[in-house]
Write a protein that binds this ligand. Structure first.
Ligand code: ADP
Ligand code: MG
Length: 975
């Protein structure tokens, strides 16, 4: 017997031969609530949808982040779902696939306590998916199982088919071993009572279309992934009671077909459900022991139970296992019970345990990431690297996702409120996993042998045995019926009866006949052989043709599918692009609208700008026009005022000339009188000075000033000659009526035109108070001033002041009134005032009212009143430039003249006037337009003190009256 090594047929890894894909089937199983838990946060909406209700406490804590969320799966199983129901829906198709040579992966995912193990392994009396899978497999392949050790896995993840002898030898060896140790595996009665009820399945199920022309063998391995280490749970470690060896971790390897496998992992060939489950149970026990001794938590490890099914076709006779290459098929189903998906804090881990927990979660995280990347690559056509290698778990399952096979996941949910948050994460992962697609595995390739070989061979053998029994022995190993049929076709044998001992004809004839028959038979056999060969060859040809056709058809179908897919891809791309176009069109529309709005805004703003520009231009031109107009007005006004000034100056000059002429006239008259008097005195020297005085007074009276045109008065332009002709009564009347023709005003106006005089005058005013106190000095100053005036030669003389005296001739008379001698003592009765209020004085509206106690009020001052008083006050009113009445109280002192008359010297002016606040300063400032120097001079000159240094002299009995009143200089008006 020969041994042939057969490799597991190469399965396409990177590019599956079939381009059909199926999404990962995700099922959800909700376990029943325990009696301790009352609040249920999962509700089954339909057989595909569940809804999560956030428990009461969580809503408040998370600010309403958790909403009522619904999750849909391929199917949802409620609390009352039986293991059988679940198996039929989820695991059964995977077993079918396994038997048909296709791979499958089934894993349970969920929080600890959600029923993963219950689902996968089952609970006592209620077997889970694993024992049910095993049961179905053995039910299906039971009659076609190969003898033990016909298939032999090697360390390179390949499966050998051993020859009968090798297999027999190994079997004998195993039997010899098992006889020394308790023989449990093959006997049903000695089955472990621990799990016996878990594998007792009341209704067995069988796979359909099991290839009966093949032999099968099942191998199981059990791996635990803990803390990212792989442990072989079926490894037989010689037990050392003194120093127990810790389990050795295994490594992952890639075989020649790029499939991942656990190197050196024990693969146990099992021939029945009981045997297989016993192996599993052993591993489970080992796991439990390891967890206890190493202080690990089983919920943090992933357990992987791998069922590997090897199948090889029987030969053409249906007698022996075909040892031809490429005919052995190995498929595997991995049943994975994942670690609890809860986060670290839930595991209450500390120290090194925390690291473990971290790794466990890390591997689940990697699984998550791999699924995510896969999904992304598949959905968006990207080519991102899937990080399978980041964890042992994902690395081991790489081929399922990368290659082909069916992947199914059962999400286990515990509906209790405590698990809500974790369940939410589980649900999200599960939903996402559904979007990943895995290539659909292809059907087993046709081996080229006639189907039904095993059955026909069996039937032939049975028939042969029956016939042999009838005949009492085999005929050269040939089929008796065939021989008989053959014999009938030959010519009948000649008679073989020998009556004569010397019959030499019969025997040779028989011999000849027999020889002929033999020849015919030989020929027929040869013919038959030829025919058989020809037919066999034909059948082979047909088979290969069929295979080729089939292959061709499959190829064409594949191409068609590819085209279809391409078309679909194109369609999807077109749709995507159309959508994009629509979106872009919409965007363009919006942008255009926005642009239009901006354009309108721009236009409006430009219009506004233009309007403003125009307005500005208009305003500028208006301003320029106004400026020009104002300049014109200014020049006009200036010219007008210049003319007016000129006119006034001329008028003043005329007036002054007139006055000068009058003075000259008077002087002449005086001279004449003096000359006359001298002559008379020479005649009558005894005449009293009193008489002289009288005489003078008479002349003075006769020398009253002629009518002088008042500045600003219309009379100013009258010819001088007219004024000169003024008669005395006229003069008197005029003097009375025209109170504005005042000596002071005349002087001041005149003086304003003589700056030199002004300077002297201002100097004088400064010294005035002193002069008043020392009469001598004052007199001399007065004289000086007068001389100054005369020196000017302008002819300006105050006629009234000089009344009764000539410069050189009457020094006493010319002297100003002397106060000292005539001053009344205050003790004698205090100051007495002459209150001169001219007729027509109006009451002032001012709050401050002049109140002079002990005064003699007069409308016209008279000698009598003046003689009684030593103070004089004149109420003078005039209209100020601002239209207000200005009341001035001009104060003076009364002196007795040497001649026995009264003289008043003005000393001060008090003013009463109402003004609007703020207006004065403005007006003043406008009045003070001339340079500063000039203003100072003027203000000094217009100062009351200065101006009041002049006085009026009134002789006793004088009747001059108010015509001789002093008046304050009227305010200078602007030219
Ligand atoms: P996990 O493996 O997810 O940590 P288990 O499968 O060990 O959870 O389940 C914990 C407990 O809950 C076990 O005692 C199990 O019998 C029970 N259980 C889980 N799922 C179900 C179910 N669908 N019906 C009845 N009991 C269940
Ligand atoms: Mg478990």
């Amino acid at each position: 017997m020969k041994t042939t090594r057969l490799q597991t047929p190469r399965r396409p890894v990177k590019k599956p031969s079939n381009n059909l894909k199926d999404p990962v089937g995700v099922y959800c199983r909700v376990r029943p609530l325990t009696s301790e838990d009352t609040e249920c946060c999962v509700e089954l909406i339909s057989n595909t949808t569940i809804q999560l209700h956030p428990p009461d406490g969580i809503k408040v804590n998370r600010n309403g982040e958790f909403k009522e969320m619904q999750y849909s799966f391929k199917e949802v199983f409620g609390a009352f779902t039986t293991q059988k129901e679940l198996f039929n829906v989820v695991a059964r198709p995977l077993v079918e696939d396994l038997i048909h040579g296709k791979n499958g992966l089934l894993f349970t995912y969920g929080v600890t306590g959600s029923g993963k193990t219950h689902t996968m392994t089952g609970s006592p009396g209620d077997g889970g998916l694993l024992p049910r899978c095993l049961d179905m497999i053995f039910c299906s392949i039971g009659p076609f199982q190969a003898k033990r050790f016909v298939f032999k896995p090697d360390d390179k993840n390949t499966m050998e088919v051993q020859g009968d002898v090798d297999a027999l030898l190994e079997r004998q060896k195993r039997d010899a071993q098992s006889s020394t140790i308790p023989k449990s595996l093959s006997s049903k009665h000695k089955m472990d009572p621990e799990f016996a009820d878990m594998i007792t399945v009341p209704e067995h199920c069988k796979a359909e279309r099991v290839d009966e022309d093949s032999v099968y063998s099942l191998f199981v391995s059990y791996i635990e992934i803990y803390n990212n280490y792989l442990y072989d749970l079926l490894e037989e470690i010689p037990h050392d009671p003194i120093k127990p060896k810790p389990p050795q971790s295994k490594i992952l390897r890639e075989d020649s077909n790029h499939n991942m496998y656990v190197s050196g992992c024990t693969e146990v060939e099992v021939k029945s459900t009981e045997e297989a489950f016993e192996v599993f149970w052993k591993g489970q026990k080992k796991r439990r022991i390891a967890n206890t001794t190493l202080n690990r938590e089983s919920s943090r490890s992933h357990s992987v139970f791998i069922i590997k099914l090897a199948q090889a076709p029987l030969d053409a006779d249906g007698d022996n296992v075909l040892q031809a290459k490429d005919q052995t098929v190995v498929s595997q189903l991995s049943l994975v019970d994942l670690a609890g998906s809860e986060r670290i804090y839930r595991t209450k881990a500390e120290g090194s345990r925390l690291r473990e927990a971290g790794n466990i979660n890390q591997s689940l995280m990697t699984l998550r990431t791999c699924i995510e990347v896969l999904r992304e690559n598949q959905m968006y056509g990207t080519n991102k690297m899937v990080p399978y290698r980041d964890s042992k778990l994902t690395h081991l399952f790489k081929n399922y996702f990368d290659g082909e096979g069916k992947v199914r996941m059962i999400v286990c949910v515990n509906p209790k409120a405590d698990d809500y948050e974790e369940t939410l994460l589980v649900m999200r992962f599960a939903e996402m996993t559904q979007e990943v697609e895995v290539a659909r595995p292809v059907d087993k390739p046709i081996c080229g042998l006639t189907p039904g070989r095993r059955y026909r061979n069996q039937a032939f053998k049975e028939e042969l045995a029956r016939k042999l029994e009838l005949r009492g022995g085999p005929m050269y190993g040939e089929d008796s019926s065939t021989a008989e049929a053959l014999l009938q076709s030959f010519a009948s044998l000649p008679s073989v009866e020998i009556t004569d001992p010397n019959d030499e004809q019969t025997l040779p004839r028989l011999i000849e006949c027999l020889e002929q028959r033999y020849k015919i038979r030989q020929m027929a056999a040869e013919e038959m052989k030829k025919t058989v060969n020809a037919i066999r060859g034909m059948i082979h040809d047909w088979d290969s043709k069929f295979a080729a056709k089939d292959n061709y058809i499959q190829d064409q179908q594949e191409k068609l599918l590819e085209k279809d897919r391409f078309l679909n891809g194109q369609k999807a791309e077109t749709e995507r692009l159309e959508k994009k176009v629509k979106t872009l069109e919409y965007k363009i529309e919006i942008l255009q609208k926005t642009a239009n709005i901006y354009e309108e805004d721009k236009r409006a703003l430009q219009q506004e700008l233009e309007e403003r520009d125009q307005k500005l231009h208009r305003e500028l031109s208006d301003k320029r026009r106004l400026e020009q107009r104002m300049q014109g007005v200014m020049t006009d006004t200036k010219m007008k005022w210049e003319k007016e000034c000129e006119r006034r100056v001329q008028a003043k000059q005329l007036e002054m000339q007139n006055k000068l002429w009058v003075k000259d006239e008077k002087l002449k008259q005086l001279k004449a009188i003096v000359a006359e008097a001298r002559t008379e005195r020479a005649e009558k020297p005894e005449r009293t000075p009193r008489e002289n005085d009288k005489k003078v007074r008479v002349h003075v009276r006769s020398a009253s000033p002629p009518s002088v045109p008042f500045p600003g008065n219309s009379l100013a332009s009258q010819p001088i000659s007219q004024n000169c002709q003024v008669s005395r009564p006229q003069l008197h009347r005029r003097s009375n009526s025209c109170s504005t023709i005042s000596v002071a005003s005349c002087i001041s106006e005149w003086e304003q035109k003589t700056p030199e005089w002004n300077r002297n005058a201002s100097a004088l005013s400064k010294n005035k108070r002193r002069l008043l106190e020392t009469p001598q000095v004052r007199d001399s100053n007065f004289q000086e001033r007068r001389q100054g005036v005369n020196k000017l030669g302008s002819g300006k003389v105050n006629g009234y002041r000089r009344e009764g005296g000539v410069d050189q001739d009457g020094p006493q008379r010319n002297a100003p009134p002397v106060r000292l001698r005539h001053r009344r003592s205050r003790s004698a009765g205090g100051e007495r005032w002459v209150d001169h209020k001219p007729v027509g004085s109006v009451e002032t509206d001012t709050v401050l009212q002049p109140h002079i106690p002990n005064a003699i009020t007069v409308a016209v001052p008279n000698e009598k009143a003046l003689a009684k008083c030593d103070k004089y006050i004149l109420t003078h009113q005039e209209l100020a430039s601002d239209g207000e009445i200005e009341t001035k109280l001009i104060k003076g002192e009364v002196y007795k003249t040497r001649g026995g008359g009264q003289a008043v010297q003005f000393t001060d002016i008090e003013k009463l006037k109402q003004e609007a606040p703020g207006s004065t300063r403005k007006r003043r400032s406008s009045q003070s337009a001339p340079p500063q120097q000039e203003e100072t001079t003027e203000s000094e000159w217009t100062d009351v003190e200065t101006r009041c240094s002049v006085a009026v002299e009134m002789k006793a009995g004088s009747n001059f009256g108010p015509g001789y009143q002093h008046h304050a200089q009227p305010k200078r008006r602007k030219p």
